[in-house]
Design a protein around this ligand. Structure first.
Ligand code: SF4
Length: 218
């Protein structure tokens, strides 16, 4: 076996143990090795007549799911086509009443809890309530041993990487932009207003998680 295959084997075992833990907390969860398998599984879970929306997520883009939905004429709420900020906020509000909401997660604990950090809270709001179902795409690298390490990850890896992405398109001033680590700032530019722990899925199976070996997302 190659070095890569050993890593794949290890990752698959971690993913499958985490999936067992997610089921105990009433989530629905799956393992898909490749980007193509992840996209196919997500498409299988989305109803063809669903109104679909999504939260900002590199993972969704990297597996080609957003492109697929747009090319195949799904009914979508896409805030990226908003003409201005007011229209964008309206689309974000409407997304909370869609059928299927797609997103990544910033971390998952090995005992099956989700940890997410959000700026204005549209993504974490949809995760908690509103859309009939939520489908989450997550790389195995997001799996952390416990809540403390998951929160450290969302602050020091997810948020601090995301801030570099945001700063490439608009002016932003946060200490992490300079140092690459979280300073627990109170800046008006902070993207860390909400840190949400989802410890159970209620109603059962509303949140569906596809874990992959692929190195996607932050
Ligand atoms: S420094 Fe501020 S914006 Fe940056 S990760 Fe920490 S809380 Fe978030």
């Amino acid at each position: 076996m190659t070095q890569c295959e050993f890593i794949n084997l290890r990752n698959e075992k971690i993913a499958k143990k985490t999936i067992e833990a997610l089921y105990k907390r009433h989530f629905e969860a799956y393992y898909a090795r490749t980007k193509e398998e992840v996209k196919d599984k997500a498409v299988e879970l989305i109803g063809k007549s669903d109104l679909v929306s999504w939260g900002g997520s590199m993972s969704l883009v990297q597996i080609g799911l957003i492109d697929y939905l747009l090319k195949n004429n799904y009914k979508v709420i896409n805030r990226d086509i908003a003409a201005n900020q007011e229209e964008r906020l309206n689309l974000l509000r409407q997304s909370l009443l869609c059928d299927t909401y797609l997103m990544g997660t910033n971390a998952i604990t090995t005992d099956g809890q989700l940890v997410n950090i959000d700026s204005i809270g549209n993504r974490t709001a949809a995760l908690m309530f509103g859309p009939k179902r939520v489908i989450i795409i997550a790389s195995v690298k997001k799996i952390m041993p416990d809540i403390d390490s998951a929160i450290k990850r969302v602050r020091n890896i997810a948020a601090t990487t995301n801030i570099q992405r945001i700063a490439s398109s608009r002016e932003i001033k946060t200490p992490c932009l300079e140092t690459g680590k979280c300073h627990d700032c109170l800046s008006t530019d902070s993207i860390c207003s909400h840190i949400v722990i989802t410890r159970l899925c209620n109603p059962q199976n509303r949140i569906k998680i596809i874990i992959t070996d692929e190195d996607i997302g932050f």
